[in-house]
Ligand binder design. Sequence first.
Ligand SMILES: C[S@@+](CC[C@H](N)C(=O)[O-])C[C@H]1O[C@@H](n2cnc3c(N)ncnc32)[C@H](O)[C@@H]1O
Length: 193
Amino acid sequence: MAIPFERLGWLFVRYGKRVYPDWADPLLFDWLQTLPRGALLLDLGGGTGVLAAEARRERPDLRLVVVDPAVGMLKHAGEGVDTVVARAEELPFADAGVDAVMLGEALHHFQDPKQALAEAARVLKPGGRLWIYDFDPRRGLGRWVFWGERLLGEPANFYAPLELQDVLSSLGFSVAFHERGGRYVLQATLLLG
Ligand SMILES: C[S@@+](CC[C@H](N)C(=O)[O-])C[C@H]1O[C@@H](n2cnc3c(N)ncnc32)[C@H](O)[C@@H]1O
C-alpha cells in the first residue's frame, strides 16, 4: 500500500464521509432498507467504518462487520460494529453465509479487485446484495483521482462501471448503476443458483 492507511485513521474519521457526494446517500439508504431484518453486512476495505456508521444509523438491527488489513484504520470503527483484519481477496468467512456486502471508495485500492469480487460472490447467499461506490477513471473527477493515485503509487485498479458490470455479470450478479461526473454507485444482486 503506497498510501499509509495504517497511520491515516484520524484523517478518515474527520473527513472520510466528505468523499461521498450527497446524491450517493439516498442510494445507500434505500439499498439498506432492502436488506432483511438482522442481516449480516460486510463493509470491505471499510477502513474506519465510515459507511458502517451510516448503516448503523439507518438500520440498527443489522450485524455489521468492517473488513480491512489496516489495524490503524479499524481501531477507529465505532460501537456496534465488529472488525476483522483481512484482505478482501481472502475473506475469512464461510461460503454463502453473508446477506450483503458494501465497498465504498475501496475496490480500486485492492491489489486484485477481481479476486475480491469473486470472494464477495463466494460468501454471499443466493439473492445476496452488493453496493459499490467508486470512480470512473475515464470521466470527470474520476480521471483526476486515477492519475493522482497512480502518482502516489497506489494500485489504481479502477473499473469503469460498464467493465465492472461485465465482471459482476460473469460472477452471477444482476447489476444496475448510476453515474454522475466520474463517480458511480453500483448495486447488484447475486442471482439464485
Ligand atoms: C480510501 S480507504 C476507504 C475506507 C472506507 N471505505 C471509507 O469510505 O472511508 C481504502 C481502504 O481500503 C483498504 N484496503 C487496501 N487494500 C485492501 C485489500 N486488499 N483488502 C481490503 N481492504 C484494503 C485500506 O486499508 C483502506 O482502509
